[in-house]
Design a protein around this ligand. Structure first.
Ligand code: APR
Length: 309
């Protein structure tokens, strides 16, 4: 059986780190693409030269030419500008819109059967833009945000309780912005409801830190935004798809009436498998949770309207 092919567009911090995780996990052969000459080639060669040490057999190549992405199974799109301190994800919209439009067209022309994983911010509107422009079925254009936001939430809970991150199950809804909706009611530690282990004020503080989690990293790094956790999250989605794992993960997908929302890309729990989004899971929410979802959806709608498409 031929190896699976994963193309990663954008060989910057997120793209190159995603290539690292993908190769190490032997999910398939990796093609790293960037507009800057030498960067994808250099990073790919360096990563492949690590393979005899780490013992992985994935082929890793770097290129400036989209022809080498032909017939990819999964394409992870990270090309674009990251945030700097003081910027919101929305501040990136104009410049990243142009990049994503051109990248998505070149990718889809060569890999019409691929599943696209979007990472570039502002995530919800870049995913929407790609759903609208690519001509791909909505099940095959999926935004990476929910896994990252949930991972931050889980990390903060694990730090607070001093327990293994492996024992935390959690879920989060909404757009990839400060209005995201972590759901303490759906958070357990090995089955124990979070509310039995932490007081409400502490949970509120962790939820707030999660909402601002991306900004916390931007303020620390000063020259760019997070990349280890975002790339790991994109690779978890890639693995679920390539291994047809049918995992239940929060992802940004196109909604057509689910959660009372239409014509929007928004973070909800989905089943991820070989076909991409195989189903969308609708949770029974309380009125308070519904109000938070509505608020988050309003800010995503605003961002989408700024795309002017
Ligand atoms: N085609 C291919 N690559 C491009 C293009 C393009 N049209 N335009 C820009 N790039 C490349 C840049 O040359 C750069 O190498 O995208 C890469 C982006 O890398 P970084 O600047 O390191 O940014 P990174 O931290 O990886 O973030 C990328 O992911 O999480 C989001 O908000 C983040 O939108 C940002 C994206």
């Amino acid at each position: 059986m031929a190896r699976r092919k994963i193309s990663i567009i954008g060989a910057g911090f997120v793209g190159a780190t995603a290539a690292h995780w993908a190769a190490e996990k032997e999910l398939g052969d990796v093609v790293l693409v960037d507009i800057i000459e030498g960067i994808p080639q250099g990073k790919a060669l360096d990563l492949f030269e690590a393979s005899p040490v780490e013992g992985f057999d994935s082929k890793v190549t770097g290129t400036n030419n989209y022809d080498e992405t032909k017939n990819s199974d999964v394409v992870i799109i990270t090309s674009g500008v990251p945030r700097k301190p003081g910027m919101s994800r929305e501040d990136l919209l104009e410049i990243n819109k142009k990049i994503i439009e051109s990248v998505a067209a070149q990718v889809v022309e060569r890999s019409p059967n691929a599943i696209l994983i979007m990472v570039t911010n502002p995530l919800d509107s870049m995913t929407y833009l790609t759903v609208k422009r690519s001509g791909l079925p909505k099940e095959r254009v999926i935004g990476m945000a929910g896994i990252l936001d949930t991972a931050r939430y889980k990390a903060f809970i694990a730090m607070e309780l001093s327990v293994s991150v492996e024992d935390i199950q959690a879920l989060l809804l909404g757009g990839h912005g400060d209005e995201m909706v972590p759901l303490p009611r759906f958070t357990t530690i090995s089955g124990i409801p979070l509310s039995q282990l932490l007081p409400k004020e502490t949970i509120d503080r962790l939820v707030d830190r999660t909402r601002k989690g991306g900004g916390e990293i931007v303020n620390l790094l000063k020259t760019g935004s997070a990349f280890y956790a975002p790339s790991a999250a994109a690779i978890q989605m890639t693995e679920a798809i390539l291994k047809d794992k049918k995992r239940i993960l929060p992802c940004c997908v196109y909604l057509n009436g689910e959660y009372g929302l239409k014509d929007i890309c928004f973070g909800v729990p989905v089943k991820l498998g070989a076909k991409g989004v195989e189903s969308i899971i609708e949770l029974q929410l309380t009125d308070e949770e519904k109000a938070l979802v509505t608020k988050s959806a309003e800010s995503v709608k605003k961002s989408i309207s700024e795309l002017k498409i």
